[in-house]
Write a protein that binds this ligand. Structure first.
Ligand code: BG6
Ligand code: MG
Length: 223
């Protein structure tokens, strides 16, 4: 029986995924002279700040060139750039249908948690006026292994006191869907069906993400 919904943030609740990419694109060109493309955008989605940097450095086998301290400085520089991009975010930046969906979930007595890899998640939720909507927000800073590991989704389920098999996770990233599946939850993808083929159910955009659709898909998965 489904008792809870666990949401990713960037690219599901608000369209910040492309802003992360814009900031990485800037850093890669500015600091390493690397041009990163759309394909890399998909691969970076969902990854922690440091895992994203390592992936970019790996393009030209530069991972060993920088010390841990230098890498931390590079991620901080990216984050400062990213913070500027999200400085004027408001509730108008919530993706279509999400406010109604969160209200419907809460109104139907399901529990609601956030499982974002972003250390900016709380600040963004506050800017979107959604901070109070969640029963639990999993803290990316205390999670040992980032997505695609299950840790953040398991932490969210634990925070809600709900067993993972009673949760539905919602994600826009391949690594995020893998994280949900590794946590043994029902995975809903938002985006391209071919990319998110490991999900149990995929919608192309947030407008199509409704409670009845998700419950129907979950019911169908039982037969
Ligand atoms: C995820 C994004 O939600 O958060 C990633 O999809 C990002 O692109 C990650 O790298 C970490 O975010 P932050 O805000 O802590 O740098
Ligand atoms: Mg995402």
């Amino acid at each position: 029986m489904i008792k809870a919904f666990i949401f990713d943030l960037d690219g599901v609740i608000t369209d910040t995924a492309h802003l992360h990419f814009k900031a990485w694109k800037w850093l890669a060109s500015e600091k390493f002279g690397i041009v990163i493309d759309e394909n890399m955008h998909e691969q970076l989605k969902g990854l922690s700040r440091m895992d994203s940097l390592e992936k970019i450095l790996a393009i030209h086998h530069l991972n060993q060139k920088y010390t841990v301290k230098e890498k931390v400085e590079l991620t901080t520089t990216k984050n400062l750039y990213y913070r500027k991009l999200i400085s004027d975010i408001t509730p108008r930046d919530i993706l279509p249908g999400i406010v109604e969906l969160l209200e419907e979930i809460k109104g139907s007595s399901y529990k609601l948690a956030l499982a974002s890899a972003s250390k900016n998640a709380i600040a963004i939720l506050k800017s979107l006026d959604l901070f109070q909507s969640f029963d639990f927000i999993a803290d990316a800073a205390i999670v040992k292994k980032g997505k695609p590991a299950p840790d953040i989704y398991l932490l969210a389920a634990k925070g809600l006191s709900v067993a993972p098999e009673n949760c539905i996770g919602i994600e826009d990233a391949v690594s995020g869907i893998q994280s949900i599946k590794h946590a043994h939850m029902f995975a809903v993808g938002v985006g391209d069906k071919r990319l998110l083929h490991e999900a149990d159910y995929v919608v192309s955009k947030t407008e199509a993400l409704t409670l009845p659709n998700m419950m129907q898909a979950w019911n169908n998965s039982l037969v």
